[in-house]
Design a protein around this ligand. Structure first.
Ligand SMILES: *[C@@H]1O[C@H](CO)[C@@H](O)[C@H](O)[C@H]1NC(C)=O
Ligand SMILES: *[C@@H]1O[C@H](CO)[C@@H](O)[C@H](O)[C@H]1NC(C)=O
Length: 506
């Protein structure tokens, strides 16, 4: 296939604040009610550089000579060896040493989406961002290399979680897990296809042959795993909730990367699946489908699918209406709000690692504002009219909160600002490095460091932790994993936000 048919760029027009001045004034009043009192003035460029550096700290495999977080060393060099497959590389997704390909693929997709939308604002950091994507995609290519199998995880999670060990020392079973036609796992397979397709767009201008390779893999791979799901997965898998959105997400990214009618037809014919309540094998409703417009994260893609399709110039229903409903379920002034806010203004959803929600949702809000601005559109939530300037301001408030404009006066990014978490829930950061302590630290010998109230000996610069509780308070305790653990999917969408605000600081 001709390279040029893969590579048709989208033209995104920059947000121009002057054009929207009247609308801005209109919303000034509403905005005031929700604005926070803490001083802003953040160094978004500094935060951007650090947010990317974090990914170096999460690297598994043989580290390159260009590695900048040098307290980390090679690890997981034999992953896959026991079954004769090379599964070396990729990322540890959080504070442990398991490679979970599902969140890893989602994080890679979000890194790629950040570069696609805001790479032009990254300056010299663009190269580092592309390296961060490549560390993920090189591994995802390995995970999809063996025909008939998709590797979805490396490392026994129970054994791993039972130890507190540096990745360089780990000696727990590095069990590889795969899905195949006998053991389907369509959501992981689809998420990997989405990551490869999104990354192919991100690499188009800088490394066209690599972009072609990624896209070809995504296409082949989706062809063999996603199209054939119906016949052999049902009825076994049809009862489970939660894979329809990944199938649509993969199709949406492939559609954007190829502009092929095949994916478009699939999307139009299947998008209603998101509206259908999903039931588990006990006939209990586990997802209300239609109520999930505010959902976007590693396990739910609904809002991302609608936004991606809308931005891919498919400004038709249901994508447009769904994208508008997403805005109306998130913005605090909307009458149909379905998320919570802390008194200090942080978006909050139930479950752990809360900061994954404000980063992923704010990223979508920001890019929707730019798409809307392009076509002079506003969103109506009941009587409340919301225009692009308000959306951009919303995203900025969430980012500023994370960087320190909050009641604790605390940055939730390690190494950024005057005050930040010093005791994160992260094995590598909390145990002395190989340079300082060359002897192996066994599984239980690490407990000493886990229980310690001392600051981390290694700074995992750029790591954004799970964050404060709904009352804006943060304990800075290594044992409080829901608050103190960083993850790749908290940081990945933040790259796009920080890149945008570094170029549009007010
Ligand atoms: C945060 O900073 C503000 C303004 O300097 C100050 O009034 C407030 O007491 C600080 N809060 C905390 C928890 O340190
Ligand atoms: C933070 O610490 C306080 C006091 O030790 C405790 O009551 C609270 O439950 C902790 N918060 C979390 C989220 O663990």
């Amino acid at each position: 296939m001709l390279v040029s048919s893969f590579f048709r760029e989208y033209s995104l027009i920059e947000f121009n604040p002057e054009v929207k001045m009247c609308r801005l004034r209109l919303f000034f009043f509403v905005t005031l009610m929700f604005s926070v009192a803490w001083v802003s003035g953040h160094d978004y460029s500094d935060a951007l550089a650090k947010s990317i550096l974090f990914f170096e700290g999460q690297r598994s495999g043989k580290l390159p000579s260009s590695q900048r977080l040098i307290w980390r060393k090679d690890s997981g060099l034999h992953d896959g060896e026991q079954i004769g497959v090379d599964l070396v590389g990729g990322y540890y997704d959080a504070g442990d040493n398991v490679k979970f390909n599902f969140p890893m693929a989602f994080s890679t997709t979000m890194l790629a989406w950040s570069v696609i939308e805001t790479g032009r604002f990254m300056g010299s950091e663009l190269q580092n961002a592309l390296e961060a994507i490549r560390w993920g995609t090189d591994y995802l290519l390995k995970a999809t290399h063996l025909p008939g199998f998709v590797f979805v995880q490396v490392g026994d999670p129970n054994a791993d979680h039972n130890c507190w060990q540096r990745p360089e020392d780990m000696d727990t079973p590095r069990t590889p897990y795969a899905v195949s036609q006998d053991h389907p796992g369509s959501e992981v397979a689809a998420e990997i296809a989405a990551a490869l397709a999104a990354s192919s767009i991100a690499f188009r201008t800088s490394d066209a042959p690599y972009a072609v390779k990624l896209l070809r893999r995504a296409i082949t791979y989706r062809g063999s795993y996603v199209d054939s799901l119906g016949p052999w997965v049902c009825p076994f898998y049809c009862d489970h909730s939660g894979y329809q959105d990944e199938l649509l997400w993969a199709a949406a990214w492939l559609q954007r990367a190829t502009r092929s009618q095949i994916y478009w037809k699939y999307l139009v014919q299947n998008i209603h699946n998101l509206e259908t309540p999903a039931v588990n094998p006990n006939e209990e409703i586990v997802s209300m489908g239609g109520d999930s417009f505010a959902e976007f994260g590693w396990d739910t893609k609904h809002a991302g699918i609608n936004l991606l399709l809308f931005g891919g110039l498919h400004r038709v229903d249901p994508f447009q209406t769904n994208a508008d409903r997403f805005v109306c379920s998130v913005l605090p002034e909307s009458p149909t709000l379905s998320v919570e806010y802390s008194p200090g203004g942080l978006l909050f959803k139930p479950g752990g690692s809360n900061l994954q929600h404000p980063t992923a949702i704010s990223f979508l809000i920001l890019i929707y504002a730019r798409y809307m601005n392009h076509i002079n559109k506003v969103v109506r939530c009941g009587d409340v009219v919301i225009g692009p300037p308000r959306l951009i301001e919303f995203a900025k408030e969430q980012v500023d909160y994370i960087l320190g404009s909050n009641p604790m006066n605390m940055s939730y990014m390690v190494g950024y600002g005057k005050r930040y978490p010093l005791k994160i829930h992260h094995r590598g950061a909390s145990i002395p490095s190989i340079d300082r302590h060359p002897d192996r630290i066994e599984c239980k010998a690490g407990t000493l460091y886990y229980s310690s109230t001392e600051p981390d000996p290694n700074l995992l610069i750029g790591a954004v932790v799970g964050g404060p509780d709904i009352q804006d308070s943060y304990n800075d305790s290594r044992q409080t994993s829901v608050q103190a653990e960083p993850t790749t999917y908290i940081n990945a969408p933040l790259l796009g936000l920080l890149a945008y605000f570094s170029a549009h600081a007010t």
